[in-house]
Design a protein around this ligand. Structure first.
Ligand SMILES: CC(C)(COP(=O)(O)OP(=O)(O)OC[C@H]1O[C@@H](n2cnc3c(N)ncnc32)[C@H](O)[C@@H]1OP(=O)(O)O)[C@@H](O)C(=O)NCCC(=O)NCCS
Length: 428
């Protein structure tokens, strides 16, 4: 038994008892209220999900198992995965055994490479990644064991098996899609000794031939790993998994959510925006021109990518973790200089515009600009990098959910006619 599995096996009975205790002693205690506003506004701030892996404090930002994100950014993604799953950082032996296990599980079946080869080059890389996961559904350990009558107590174990396989394969797939479909180059096989992030950088071909690249990929994976349970990418995975659809189905659906322009795709949109401005002005515009352009875009109803957040009300530490790399490594590069200028000008304009609740830059204001700097100039690929990292948090959340016997998620819906009648009665 691997150390991760052994630690989980020890903790899960306690987690189950904790849930039993809540259900037995406090089943009717109200913790959140749903108003008409919430129904039409994406259930913002409705506390309706249990997630122990991470928490987004509106002011402090992301806390992973109570560790502020900025305290974890120099760890390895495998350490953060262990932490997400168990609540503890691994010792050296547990870390090495997890890294070995992931290396052993990283072989992508041949039929998946054939699918990638045959799919049209214009297909979005996120759609290809999602399709590859669906194609591999038949590899699911959970599914096979379920058909063999696996007891409910073991669901988490089979979910862990699928998690390790998917976490190990996603960087290989992502890098393969990048090289085959976007660069038209040969796929690079995983290295036999590198760790998850080192291997990801290696298989991408280290486009900038820069020794900082692997470190950047490591940090990139950590800052994108988790953002509590209501985040679209993980939320859709959780919903699908609650029907006992295995992780291949569940994570494919999470990736589909992440592909949206106001979610994961914002990193791509931000660099596109920066490049459009550079093209329009033949370089970095003067302050007045830039302000005018931002105002024009807002007046035309455009969303400025990379700014705002549904939960955060202060600075985004994920942004700060990546911004520090850019500021140190290449402050004079033109894309970074314009991003820096946008970070200076956009928030006060958004505030004056008066709609947005948090005008601060979020992670997507900077992550794409760094990928661009490191030589990944194919913007359509950026969300795939996000997906290969976010899978750490998705898997950790799904393992927990299966461990505590999370049931099928099935809220009720109401019609607007029902709502009108209800409100009429309430007001009479
Ligand atoms: C992240 C985001 C979806 C949060 O949405 P939200 O919770 O509805 O945010 P707010 O409550 O602050 O939105 C209030 C209004 O400000 C607008 N707004 C929010 N962010 C904006 C932005 N970056 N540019 C322009 N307008 C914005 C909203 O569209 C909304 O307008 P509406 O009332 O006409 O519908 C939103 O800020 C956004 O689209 N940001 C840009 C995309 C992005 O960077 N996404 C990645 C997030 S990590």
């Amino acid at each position: 038994m691997s150390n991760l599995k052994a630690v989980l096996a020890k903790k899960i009975p306690e987690w189950r008892m904790e849930v039993q205790d809540f259900l037995k002693n406090y089943p009717d205690v109200e913790i959140s209220q749903i108003t008409v506003w919430h129904l039409f506004r994406g259930l913002r701030n409705v506390r309706s999900i249990i997630c122990n892996t991470s928490h987004v404090d509106p002011q402090k930002g992301l806390l992973i198992r109570n560790f502020p994100l900025l305290d974890l950014i120099d760890k390895a993604p495998e350490e953060v995965f262990f932490l997400l799953c168990t609540g503890d950082l691994p010792d050296q032996k547990s870390l090495l055994s997890l890294q070995d296990e992931l290396r052993e599980r990283s072989t992508v079946p041949d039929y998946v490479w054939q699918i990638i080869h045959q799919i049209p080059d214009e297909t979005h890389p996120m759609a290809i990644l999602s399709l590859c996961l669906l194609a591999m559904q038949k590899e699911s350990v959970f599914w096979k064991r379920y058909l063999d009558g696996m007891p409910k107590e073991d669901y988490w174990e089979a979910t862990l098996e699928d998690s390790l396989n998917i976490i190990a394969m996603l960087p290989v797939l992502a890098a393969g899609i990048y090289r085959q479909k976007l660069l038209n180059e040969d796929v690079i096989e995983p290295h036999p000794t590198l760790d998850l992030a080192g291997n990801f950088a290696y298989m991408l071909g280290n486009p900038s031939n820069d020794e900082m690249f692997a470190n950047f990929i490591k940090r990139f994976m950590i800052v994108h790993s988790d953002h509590e349970g209501g985040y679209v990418g993980v939320h859709s995975s959780r919903l699908v998994n609650s029907a006992l659809s295995d992780l291949y189905y569940s994570i494919s659906s999470g990736i589909n959510g992440l592909a949206g322009p106001i979610h994961g795709l914002a990193n791509q949109q931000m660099v596109k925006y920066v490049l459009q401005i550079l093209g329009k002005f033949n370089g970095i515009p003067g302050d007045d021109d830039l302000k005018k352009l931002i105002w024009n875009d807002l007046r035309n109803g455009k969303i400025i990518p990379g700014f705002g957040h549904a939960v955060l009300r202060g600075e985004d530490p994920r942004f700060l973790a990546l911004y520090g790399i850019g500021k140190k490594a290449y402050p004079d590069e033109i894309v970074f200089r314009l991003v820096d200028k946008l970070i200076q000008f956009v928030p006060p304009i958004l505030s004056e515009h008066g709609k947005i609740k948090n005008p601060n830059p979020n992670i997507d204001a900077i992550s794409g600009a760094l990928l661009y700097h490191f030589g990944i100039k194919e913007l359509d690929f950026y969300t795939v990098m996000f997906a290969a990292s976010h899978v750490l948090g998705i898997c950790a959340q799904l393992i927990y959910n299966q461990a505590i016997f999370n049931p099928l998620v099935r809220p009720r819906s109401v019609t607007t006619a029902w709502l009108s009648q209800y409100l009429e009665k309430a007001n009479s």
